[in-house]
Design a protein around this ligand. Structure first.
Ligand code: ADP
Ligand code: MG
Length: 201
C-alpha cells in the first residue's frame, strides 16, 4: 500500500462544517486532477448502497444524529477502512489525494499515518462560526442532509472546535499547515489554495 501510493501527494483538508472544504476540493480536482475523498460522502454513499456495512452505519448515524461525538467514535474505524479502500483503488493512477474532513481528531491522523502514509500538506479552510451556520442553513434547504438543521449544526460546530483545533495545532508543529480565508468569495479562496498546492510541485 505505502509503496503504491508513495509518489502521490496526500493532502488533509480540514475546516468546520460548512467552511467550504467540498467546494474547494472540487476546484482542486478540476485544476490538478487529484482524487477527492470526503469522509462524510463515503459514509453517506455506503449507507445508501444498502450493504451490511452500510446498514450498521445507518443505525449508528441515526442514533448519533443528536450526539455527533458518539457518532464520530463509532464510525472511526470504518471511515479509515473506506478511505484506504478508495485510495488502493486509485493507487498508481492518482497524482494526489484530497482527504476531506479528515482527520477529525489527532488520534485519527495518527491511525491514518500508521496504515496509509504521511500528509505533505494540511489545508485549513477557515471561516467564522456564524458564517458556517449561515451556509449550512442555506445548504440544508436543498442538500437533503439530515444533519443540516440548526440544532445539529450547533453540536457539529462545538465538536469541531473541541476535536479538530488540536489537529491543526498538531500539524502546525510539523510546519505543513496552510490556512486559507474562506470568508472570501470562492475564487479568491481558491487562489490561496492553488498557491499552497503549487508550492508542493
Ligand atoms: P463543507 O464541505 O466544508 O461542509 P461546502 O463546500 O459544502 O462545505 O460549503 C457549504 C456551503 O457554503 C455550500 O452551500 C457552498 O456553496 C457554500 N460556500 C462554500 N464556500 C463558500 C464561499 N467562499 N463563499 C460563499 N459560500 C460558500
Ligand atoms: Mg463537505
Amino acid at each position: 500500500m505505502a509503496d503504491k501510493i508513495k509518489d502521490a501527494k496526500i493532502i488533509f483538508v480540514v475546516g468546520g462544517p460548512g467552511s467550504g472544504k467540498g467546494t474547494q476540493c472540487e476546484k482542486i480536482v478540476a485544476k490538478y486532477g487529484y482524487t477527492h475523498l470526503s469522509s462524510g460522502d463515503l459514509l453517506r454513499a455506503e449507507v445508501s448502497s444498502g450493504s451490511e456495512r452500510g446498514k450498521t452505519l445507518q443505525a449508528i448515524m441515526q442514533k448519533g444524529r443528536a450526539r455527533p461525538a458518539e457518532r464520530l467514535a463509532a464510525c472511526r474505524d470504518t471511515v479509515l477502512d473506506m478511505i484506504k479502500d478508495a485510495m488502493i483503488a486509485k493507487a498508481g493512477v492518482s497524482k494526489g489525494f484530497l482527504i476531506d474532513g479528515y482527520p477529525r481528531e489527532v488520534k485519527q491522523g495518527e491511525e491514518f499515518e500508521k496504515k496509509i502514509g504521511k500528509p505533505c500538506l494540511l489545508l485549513y479552510v477557515d471561516a467564522k462560526g456564524e458564517t458556517m451556520v449561515k451556509r449550512l442553513m442555506k445548504r440544508g434547504e436543498t442538500s437533503g442532509r439530515a444533519d443540516d438543521n440548526e440544532e445539529t449544526i450547533k453540536k457539529r460546530l462545538d465538536l469541531y472546535y473541541k476535536a479538530t483545533e488540536p489537529v491543526i495545532a498538531f500539524y502546525e508543529g510539523r510546519g505543513i499547515v496552510r490556512k486559507v480565508d474562506s470568508e472570501l468569495p470562492v475564487d479568491d479562496v481558491f487562489a490561496q489554495v492553488a498557491k499552497a498546492i503549487d508550492a508542493l510541485h
